[in-house]
Design a binder for this molecule. Structure first.
Ligand code: IMP
Length: 428
């Protein structure tokens, strides 16, 4: 019963969509376990170029069931739009997508509160995606949330919605000075969702256990990345869920012994979107060059991503959180034209050398990266599909990253397309 988790090992945007699409060819189920439409997973394959926000990246393989677990927060309107747009492009979705009854909904008032609260924070804003993620998880934790199962039982939903909306409207109007949302309008939306999204709601956790018991292959698709984890990331500049391996168990009702492989996805450098500490950030020309070469602009919000050198302090920390059995290194080709490439191996904090990130935000902001320098390569790695096509300097860079991460790099991605990858050792 193999279940493989594919996890973002940095601050998100590591290229998980491509990796899931690539590895899902042998999967019976691909399951999203955390996050919502703050994610943006790019998949480029024979069927076209796709940006997925909520639908799991397994949707492109005909034998695969795509599921969204209890740990996900679902915004029904954009999910329906995503489903329609996939159908218009010839992708079969009906009967192949299942959303957990236990998943919470992102309601219109969550989106409003997210945007109002960010605006109120001014220059202290987190830089969220503005999709209502934080407020939806906050309502879940304070037990005011509405779940997908409630859409199947509108009689129960109605009084609970009234109570939740009263609370949300008080926050919107009294704290943020915004306009209240009308109960009638939100209820009408729920009725429509009930009809249109009802057929996709089902017993996700049961399906997963059945498939695993039958010896099926399940791929757990992470969103965001370890360093954005609510508990272990660079708090408060994090998302509101756990994109780490613990979140995969909780968000799908699996137990740890069912997970046979944990695959970390690392970019060959680092990026981060939104505010928060980023010790290896490159604010000058080199950063801009990487940003332009790699087109580092958000799939969800279009924002320019911050760019920096590979941070092995964070990589080791992320490995400790997730226990990677295998890793995928993406976007190696982006570094093809550099004479020299740096890797941060430790931080200097107030005159001391440290090897793991401090827990406090202010201390992490004061950390200065200590770099080792690698020479660039004279021959491109772009589109390479065999390890021996890589120039020796690139081999040496990858080997050094592997040593610093502390677990094997089994796949190296050398371009955006499905086939542009080197399989050093098959993982699934
Ligand atoms: P939220 O998840 O929209 O609340 O945003 C919280 C933080 O996580 C912000 O810094 C976002 O930029 C970041 N974030 C959320 N989702 C992603 C993602 O898919 N990729 C990269 N950063 C993300």
């Amino acid at each position: 019963m193999p279940a493989y988790a594919i996890l973002g090992a940095q601050w998100g945007d590591e290229g998980k969509g491509k990796v899931v699409d690539f590895l899902a060819r042998r999967a019976d189920i691909v399951a999203r376990f955390a996050g919502g439409n703050n994610a943006g997973h790019t998949v480029i394959n024979d069927q076209g170029h796709f940006s997925l926000h909520q639908v799991p990246s397994g949707i492109f393989w005909p034998q695969t069931l795509s599921v969204m677990g209890s740990g996900v927060v679902v915004n029904p309107d954009p999910l329906l739009e995503e489903i329609e747009s996939l159908k218009e492009r010839g992708i079969d979705v009906d009967g192949r997508l299942l959303v957990s009854q236990r998943a919470h909904m992102i309601m219109p008032y969550h989106v409003a509160i997210d945007q109002l609260s960010e605006a109120a924070k001014g220059n202290k804003a987190i830089g969220t995606t503005g999709r209502g993620i934080g407020p939806a998880y906050a309502d879940k934790a304070s037990r005011n949330g509405l779940r997908m199962a409630d859409l199947l039982d509108l009689k129960t939903l109605e009084p609970r919605l009234a109570e939740a909306l009263e609370h949300a409207n008080a926050l919107i109007t009294k704290v943020y000075g915004g306009g209240p949302l009308a109960f009638k309008t939100v209820l009408a939306q729920c009725r429509e969702w009930s009809e249109r999204i009802g057929p996709y709601i089902g017993p996700v956790e049961h399906e997963l256990h059945e498939k695993l018991n039958q010896g099926g292959v399940v791929v757990l698709e992470g969103a965001q990345g370890a360093l954005l984890d609510l508990d272990h990331g660079t708090y408060p500049f994090v998302t509101s869920s756990n994109p780490t391996i613990g979140g995969a168990c909780v968000g799908l009702g699996l137990h740890p012994s069912q997970i046979t492989g944990v695959i970390g996805v690392f970019k060959a450098y680092c990026t981060r979107v939104g505010a928060g500490p980023f010790p290896t950030e490159l604010t000058g020309d080199t950063g801009e060059r990487i940003r332009q070469l790699a087109q580092e602009f958000g799939t969800t919000t279009g924002r320019a991503r911050r760019v920096g050198w590979f941070d092995a302090v964070m990589a080791r920390y992320s490995g400790r959180l997730n226990g990677y059995t295998s890793n995928v290194l993406t976007r190696l080709d982006v570094l093809d034209s550099f004479d020299s490439i740096k890797v941060c191996t430790a931080y200097e904090l107030d005159g001391e050398i440290i090897n793991e990130p401090p827990g406090g935000e202010a201390a992490l902001e004061r950390c200065k990266p200590i770099y080792e320098e690698h020479s660039g390569w004279d021959k491109p790695t772009a589109s390479a599909t065999e390890y021996d096509q890589l120039p020796p300097q690139a081999v040496s860079y990858v080997s050094r990253l592997q040593e610093l991460i502390g677990s094997p790099i089994d796949i190296i991605s050398t371009g955006p397309r499905r086939e542009e990858a080197i399989t050093v050792r098959p993982i699934v």
